[in-house]
Design a protein around this ligand. Structure first.
Ligand code: NAP
Length: 338
């Protein structure tokens, strides 16, 4: 319930980072919850999402969303319960996920709500991860751009993370052979043992490039790229004829204002008749309902596994993005408030 005259703890953007967003770019403050106007809904956030992309949402550089203004509540997707409503379509107790920001309570209009969460047999936090942006990205990028065919070889980066782990498993469900690339022995084990990658490689090991070559003797049909940089440079040389490269993220590039120059890849694309395409999940909102139904079915049957990296409390917000870039998370990072 909404506590009387409750303070609403919020995380505000205080300054723009030059590279990866750090704790000092944010400030935890106490605000108040305003009275609801007609058409507004008050949501109590139970879980806040942490995305690598949040770094882009606060950078003053060309992106697919306008940057969060200095002094504003940090933009984020969150999941929670409606505690008061002046919109007839939403009732007290409805579980919802949407653009609620890094704060305990959000006063929103319906256009900020992504969906009502009706799969009540599954944890609400999944609406931020495997049944949210991450699962949707993995599923829709694969089916719209990757176009997997049985027996094809699929390479996935950030393979132990939220998008990567789902992408690997979905490719496998579609009959592909999967190779996951991640950091460190523990994540390699997770990729193999929980997420079922046929091969998992540690990109910090000196011989990982040789192992990649051995793992894909017939080349790579689909490269699900979440990192760019030197890892991708190694993968591009092994693309197969008619391969597809999904550009989904650029996690390894620290400085976007001085984009690093890498090997020229045009010759690989030309000789292999390969196709490379960028993907942004927010372009595919019409496909969310069908994709979520499919993802939830796989989760219920155990065909699609997930791991959550749950931090406790608002105090964790400021450093949470930097932690993703330090590779601390095993699976989907969320912050639990309730
Ligand atoms: N295009 C879209 O619509 C869309 C939507 C959602 C997510 N994404 C992208 O998908 C990627 C994964 O997102 P996620 O939410 O699932 O996060 P995540 O994989 O759960 O967490 C981020 C991971 O990035 C890896 N990483 C960080 N710095 C790196 C570096 N320098 N080199 C290589 N890997 C590095 C770390 O894994 P390791 O420990 O293995 O290095 C870290 O765990 C991100 O690039 C994100 O921007 C794109």
């Amino acid at each position: 319930l909404k506590p009387l005259l409750c303070a609403n703890r919020q995380v505000l953007l205080r300054s723009r980072p030059t590279g990866i967003a750090q704790a000092e770019n944010f400030e935890l403050v106490s605000g108040l919850i305003p009275e609801l106007q007609d058409g507004q809904i008050l949501v109590r956030n139970h879980y806040l999402s942490v995305e690598p992309a949040m770094r882009g949402w606060i950078a003053d550089i060309g992106n697919y969303l306008a940057p969060v203004a200095i002094g504003e509540v940090m933009r984020s997707i969150a999941a929670g319960l409606v505690v008061e409503s002046k919109d007839a379509h939403y009732a007290v107790g409805d579980a919802v996920t949407g653009w609620f920001g890094w704060q305990e309570f959000a006063v929103v209009t319906a256009d900020r709500i992504i969906r009502k969460v009706t799969d009540n047999d599954l944890p609400l936090s999944l609406s931020l991860g495997i049944l949210g942006i991450n699962g949707l990205t993995a599923h829709l990028a694969l089916t719209k751009i990757g176009l997997p065919m049985p027996n094809e070889t699929v390479v996935v980066t950030t393979a132990a993370g939220a998008v990567g782990s789902a992408a690997g498993q979905i490719a496998k469900l579609m009959g592909c052979r999967t190779i996951g690339i991640t950091r460190g022995a523990q994540k390699v084990d997770l990729c193999r043992d929980l997420f079922g990658f046929d091969v998992a490689l540690d990109y910090t090991a000196p011989d990982w490039r040789e192992k990649l070559l051995l793992a894909c003797p017939d080349g790579i049909d689909i490269y699900f790229d979440n990192v760019a940089g030197p890892i991708s440079d190694a993968v591009h040389g092994h693309l197969a004829q008619n391969s597809r490269v999904i550009i989904c993220g650029t996690a390894s590039i620290e400085d976007w204002s001085h984009w690093p120059q890498g090997p020229r890849i045009e010759r690989h694309l030309l000789v292999k008749r390969a196709r490379m395409q960028g993907f942004v999940i927010f372009d595919h909102q019409d496909d969310y309902p069908a994709s979520i139904t499919q993802l939830a079915t796989w989760v219920r049957t155990g065909a699609l596994r997930y791991q959550e990296d749950i931090l406790m409390g608002m105090e964790c917000c400021p450093d949470a993005i930097a932690g993703l870039y330090r590779g601390e998370n095993f699976g989907k990072r969320v912050i639990r408030l309730v």
